[in-house]
Design a protein around this ligand. Structure first.
Ligand code: SAM
Length: 260
């Protein structure tokens, strides 16, 4: 049985930013005989949101972006000061965050701080546990680049648990990207923000609101990484930086509104 009435879909879309058509597809048609009626309880909303979310992710997903990021980190002009303040918004089950921690530590930036956030409490629990098992196919370790191959499980059934040195760099938090920036970033503008494969599900209005939120959390010159298949028009807030077959976005000096 689904409670996906038009009013419910509209409410969930306003809450998450996800487009109504996509929510409708994920939840299926309303149960027969379900009229407009009173709004379902908040708890039901949480459960429905979990059903709508797509938590597809893997370590070092989209190799070209990691190659570009590695060269920006090495050349020093994009990230002149260390340690770095990093935010992975919509980090799902955390593979992206642990990949960032591994890359930064291997480049000598092990004192950096990385915040991983997601709207899903279930995903954040898995992320914070930091233990992943290699599956036969399509698992967390399917995209490992050459430089990381030896550090992560190579055989199906083997597990990897984040070591203490990476755990000390990372914290996770349940956070809705449409809400004000997490308190952990207040007064600590981010040098690098990942927000990959999330805005593709958003309405246009929610995308603008989310980009304004992200911009508000970043210092001038900071880098925003979107999903490899996601693009945007250059705006007053972000300009493209292209190299090595990937595009990232540099925060301009323009002031960000709340977008709310
Ligand atoms: C497809 S996953 C992307 C994971 C990772 N960034 C990657 O590219 O591999 C999208 C994530 O966005 C999260 N998400 C969706 N709407 C959100 C919102 N309004 N605020 C925060 N996270 C959201 C989902 O829970 C999901 O974990």
């Amino acid at each position: 049985m689904s409670e996906a009435t038009p009013a419910t879909i509209e409410r969930l879309s306003r809450r998450t930013g996800i487009a109504p058509d996509y929510i409708r597809d994920r939840l299926g048609p309303p149960a027969p005989g379900h009229g407009p009626g009173p709004a379902p309880a908040l708890l039901a909303d949480e459960a429905m949101i979990e059903r709508v979310l797509v938590q597809e992710t893997s370590f070092f997903r989209h190799a070209a972006q990691w190659t570009l990021l590695g060269s920006l980190l090495r050349d020093g002009s994009t990230f002149p000061a260390r340690p770095l303040q990093v935010w992975s918004a919509g980090c799902a089950t955390g593979e992206e965050v642990w990949s960032l921690a591994y890359l930064l530590q291997s480049l000598g930036s092990g004192a950096s701080r990385i915040l991983g956030s997601d709207i899903s409490p279930t995903a954040i629990r898995i992320a914070a546990r930091g233990t992943y098992t290699r599956l036969e196919a399509m698992g967390s370790f399917r995209d490992l680049p050459e430089f990381a191959r030896n550090a992560f499980p190579r055989r199906s059934g083997e597990s990897w648990s984040a070591p203490a040195s990476l755990r000390s760099m990372v914290r996770f938090e349940v956070h809705n990207l449409l809400d004000p920036v997490p308190a952990a970033l207040e007064g600590h503008p981010a040098d690098l923000v990942f927000c990959r494969n999330l805005l593709i599900y958003f309405t246009e209005a929610a995308t603008s609101q989310a980009l304004a939120r992200l911009a508000g959390a970043m210092r001038k010159g900071a880098i925003l990484v979107l999903g490899a298949a996601e693009s945007m028009r250059p705006t007053a807030l972000f300009e493209p930086l292209e190299a090595a077959g990937a595009t990232v976005w540099r925060r301009t000096a323009a002031a960000a509104g709340t977008g709310a």
